[in-house]
Design a protein around this ligand. Structure first.
Ligand code: UDP
Length: 322
């Protein structure tokens, strides 16, 4: 297939673009490089630099694309609270420009990176796709609005859309000569920050909150390996059906606390990794764990890599990327 990958210069988009290339697809990456890196675009893909508003129509029109995988987004919860307008503009506004360009070019299949942040504070665990969506920050709200737009475009314009709601993505791609991993300029995620301590780039890891109603008092999250996530995208692409919008959660279905993650990082790196308690980070729910039963039964997806594999691959990538 000929595929447009928006945000293919970022972490998840870059890994999935590499997997799609290795599966034999033709890949064009559209990225404005506002948070991505040109050298994260996998070898074999063509990079078009520009925003979705500026470039999507020029890239798609008459070029014979079969589908779009849409990763391009702003994704920092804290930044979204400070600059909600930026998130509505970059996430929703540019996604609408992309959908418009797709319609005009006659491309009617899309796989979209949605998020667990669309659910907000869950009423029960594990979270099902049918659970209420009450995002607690503009990042989650903007992603939910895109899910809603996809549903309407499916119903009214015959679009075939799949929204994949990611829980906590981790790990790296280190297969077939590829080296693709997480390299954010502003790093807020737990695993890469813990590994920075093992690399000697930071002295201690900050543990945000030890008084949550969880077994060890720290937040519990559902971590998924980026390679397993990529496999789900390939299945989702095949499952796009004109006129239908489908939503699937993507997680392992197991929760790990911040302390448990740090302990696995200690075991994998052999480093003591000092940890220091800090106040809660605002907006962090105590427990976020996915039910991925729907994608398992509907698309036959199954996560193959556990937390230790995620940390080991993230560690191998972090050492190589130094
Ligand atoms: N966290 C932490 N120290 C850090 C980064 C994150 O204690 O340096 C905690 C954070 O408060 C949350 C969990 O680790 O409870 C996962 O955070 P992350 O930012 O990786 O993902 P999120 O669940 O926010 O999408």
């Amino acid at each position: 297939m000929k595929l447009l990958v928006t945000g293919g210069a970022g972490y998840v988009g870059g890994v999935v673009a590499a997997q799609l290339l290795d599966a034999g697809h033709e890949v064009v990456v559209l990225d404005d490089l506002s948070t991505g890196h040109a050298d994260a675009v996998p070898e074999g893909a063509r990079l078009v630099r520009g925003t979705l508003r500026e470039a999507a129509f020029g890239v798609l029109d008459g070029a014979g694309f079969d589908a779009v995988l849409h990763f391009a987004a702003r994704s920092l919860v804290g930044e979204s609270v400070e600059k909600p307008g930026l998130y509505w503009d970059k996430n929703l506004g540019e996604s609408l420009a992309l959908l418009d360009a797709m319609r005009r070019a006659g491309v009617n299949r899309i796989v979209f990176s949605s998020t667990a942040a669309t659910y907000g504070e869950p009423e029960s665990t594990p979270i099902l796709e049918t659970d209420p969506t009450r995002p607690t920050n503009p990042y989650g709200a903007s992603k939910l609005a895109i899910d809603t737009a996809l549903a309407e475009y499916a119903r009214l314009h015959g679009l075939g859309g799949v929204s994949l709601r990611y829980f906590n993505v981790a790990g790296a791609l280190l297969e077939g000569g590829r080296v693709q991993g997480e390299r954010h300029t502003v790093e807020t995620h737990l695993i890469p920050n813990v590994l920075k301590v093992a690399l000697g780039e930071r002295e201690k890891v900050m543990v945000f909150g030890e008084d949550y109603p969880t077994p060890d008092g720290t937040c519990v999250r559902d971590y998924i390996h980026v390679v397993d996530l990529g496999v789900a995208h390939q299945l989702a692409l095949e499952a796009c059906e004109p006129g239908v919008h489908q939503i699937f959660n993507l997680g392992n279905g197991n929760g790990f606390s911040v302390r448990e993650v740090i302990e696995v990082c200690r075991e994998v790196t052999g480093h003591a990794i000092p940890a220091e308690p800090h106040p809660r980070r605002s907006g962090d729910p105590a427990v976020l764990v996915a039910s991925s039963d729907k994608i398992r039964s509907a698309l036959g997806w199954k996560p193959e890599r556990d937390l230790r594999a995620m940390v080991a691959d993230a560690w191998a990538f972090a050492q190589r990327a130094r």
